[in-house]
Design a protein around this ligand. Structure first.
Ligand code: BT5
Length: 333
């Protein structure tokens, strides 16, 4: 009912009476009144006049199903949306829905996460009213081994979507952090359920700090689009731009599931390349020079001994980013 009343109000040129709406929608005037109150609770400013009815004055900066669905030009991604004011983790909810057999393209969105997750059991700070916390259910007909390239494609679409909406210079720290002015503004957590021969589902969890005004002291390398761009952004614009761009890239990817078609675009945005990096591989740590991205989406590096290595996953610190300073620099040499 909320969606229907909202659509009527948004399409109306002037005030719309409760009676008119109840007739069009075939419900009682009391139920229209209740729905108007719900909309007000969600933050809509609705003017009401006893004689003329209701009129929307201001739409809040929210990412509810009805706001995201409006003018979302996709065929698959986001055709089904589940929205929560508050949830433990959108990835957990998406996993549950995927296990229950939901269709591909379903998106779980939350205004706030109480237990937002990063990779390797880390936390993801997800306060209310400021960011985009979302998880996408995909069922790609690819091998489990190929899933990491899919995450890279999503990171690329996300980086380009942020640039398109905000005009900020967004960059990718391989494999998946989106960075603006050297600080992390987005993270991606991909989880998957697979058998040897195929994937049951992939959950693509995306966190974007949009209008976060400040971060706790223990997150010195985090930032938001607001802090970097010095202005507030409309959250649904970024969310929709991402879904539309990623859908296009996802369909291209499914035609030939390698990273080949994306390398050029990715390299143009990747700040890890042509830099000194520190690789934390299982128990060993070493310094190398990041040279290229492979067709499989891996990072090609050259060690200080001149040996070429391919990094599949693991932590890669980029010199000059997130507090990674050269030892010589630290000593003031
Ligand atoms: C990530 O992990 O960057 C993946 C984050 C994915 C979050 C989304 S939100 C929707 C969906 N539902 C979930 O529950 N999760 C996904 P990682 O690379 O491990 O980075 C985590 C680290 O980043 C933490 O240990 C902190 O140091 C830092 N961090 C935590 N919250 C942050 C934030 N909001 N912005 C920037 N950095 C943050």
């Amino acid at each position: 009912m909320v969606n229907e009343v909202l659509t009527l109000l948004k399409n109306a040129e002037d005030y719309l009476s409760g009676e008119e709406m109840s007739k069009v929608l075939g419900v009682t005037r009391a139920s229209i009144w209740k729905t108007i109150n719900k909309l007000k609770e969600q933050g809509y400013t609705i003017e009401s006049s006893t004689r003329k009815g209701y009129r929307i004055k201001e739409v809040p900066n929210i990412i509810t199903k009805s706001e995201v669905l409006e003018e979302l030009h996709t065929q698959l991604l986001g055709r089904e949306i589940v929205y929560y004011e508050e949830i433990s983790s959108t990835n957990e909810e998406a996993k549950q829905l995927a296990r229950e057999g939901c269709q591909e393209g379903l998106v779980v969105i939350a205004d706030q996460q109480l237990l937002g997750k990063g990779r390797l059991g880390r936390n993801w700070s997800s306060p209310a009213g400021t960011g985009i916390w979302m998880s996408l259910v995909l069922r790609p007909p690819i091998l489990p081994l190929q899933a990491s390239t899919l995450t890279l494609v999503a990171g690329l679409s996300l980086c380009e979507a942020i640039e398109a909406v905000t005009g900020l210079e967004a960059r990718i720290k391989w494999p998946n952090d989106i960075v603006v002015n050297g600080k992390k503004v987005c993270g991606i957590l991909t989880e998957m359920s697979a058998e040897l021969e195929g994937i049951k589902y992939v959950i693509l969890g995306i966190g974007i700090n949009v209008n976060t005004p400040h971060f706790p002291e223990d997150l010195p390398y985090a930032s938001s689009l607001y802090l970097e761009g010095k202005q507030q952004y409309i959250r649904k614009d970024i969310l929709k731009e991402f879904l539309m761009r990623f859908e296009k890239d996802y369909f291209t990817y499914l035609e030939v599931p390698t990273f080949q078609n994306f390398i050029q675009r990715y390299e143009a945005k990747c700040i890890t390349l042509n830099k000194k990096v520190k690789i934390l591989a299982s128990s060993q740590e070493y310094v190398a020079y990041a040279k290229a991205i492979t067709e499989e989406g891996m990072l090609k590096v050259v060690t200080e001994q001149g040996e070429e290595k391919i990094i599949l996953a693991g932590e890669v610190s980029v010199r000059g980013l997130y507090g990674y300073v050269d030892e010589e620099k630290e000593k003031g040499v």
